[in-house]
Design a protein around this ligand. Sequence first.
Ligand SMILES: C[S@@+](CC[C@H](N)C(=O)[O-])C[C@H]1O[C@@H](n2cnc3c(N)ncnc32)[C@H](O)[C@@H]1O
Length: 294
Amino acid sequence: MNTENDQAQHFANVWGKLTAPVKPSEDGLRIYREEAERFSDKRILILGATPELVDMAVESGAEKIVSIERFPGVVAAMRQLGKKDWSSVDMVIGNWLEDRPDFHSAFNCILCDGGLLFLEYPAQWGQLFRIVRTYLEPDGVFVAKEWAEPPGIWDYDRMLQDHVAAFKEEASRLNLEQKHRAYIKLLSELRIIVFVNATQDDGSFDQDLLIERSDRLIEKFEKEFPDNSMIGITHAAFKYLARSQPGTTDTVAGVRYDRTSELLAQNGFESRYFPLPDPPIPDSNYMFAAKLSE
Ligand SMILES: C[S@@+](CC[C@H](N)C(=O)[O-])C[C@H]1O[C@@H](n2cnc3c(N)ncnc32)[C@H](O)[C@@H]1O
């Protein structure tokens, strides 16, 4: 992939083959929307270029919308996937962890869907919280979604088997288009199941385990579902999504809300908790809305 255009096609292709819980669910979007709607003149910063969030911001009539993402190809891809007119959106190529003085006190709403998964806990999370604090106006809000394994016994092999069996049973009654949609849903959920029992005490994911599971799933599903379009979905979920480098994934940490709220508090935020009912494990995807402490 040489040109930015090739990269954009690649990412649009990958992202277009996935759905919630990898992408924001309706429940998640409702929370982002409600938090943004508290402001009559919205100045929204989106960490990442999640099309559903940018579309929501455009639809809300925000006076200023900025999105910041490190890969130009991702930005171009997300623009293709957006359904609204993004011409007034300022798409910035950059690193969230680099302070931008021009952003200081410039936003009343900062949104991030799943971005914390990409940062090391606690050092980079704390760094991001401190930067976000400087970007917010005094009454502003930082709303984010994160994934972390809830307490309980979660059996990876069992969950994998049950989900695949349920898909096969359902698929026998579906036409081709419905079957593809059900396969996209299955793989988007399995993409999350790959994290089960992979979180270490320090909040980091065991990268070797994530890679081993993902590679095994590619092999398994290429054999079981060899149809070209299904292979495309398999590769989107397990070969390309958040795998920008060999031997590791881009998703590095998953921490429950108790530890997140503590770190937010240490960095000057008061937060509220929104567990999400997203499958495959309710409450594993969760959101928080954080305001500057008095
Ligand atoms: C926002 S997150 C999660 C995906 C999200 N659920 C969505 O719907 O787009 C994914 C994006 O964050 C970007 N990203 C991760 N760390 C970053 C950083 N430090 N600076 C800028 N972008 C970053 C990745 O390149 C990736 O495209």
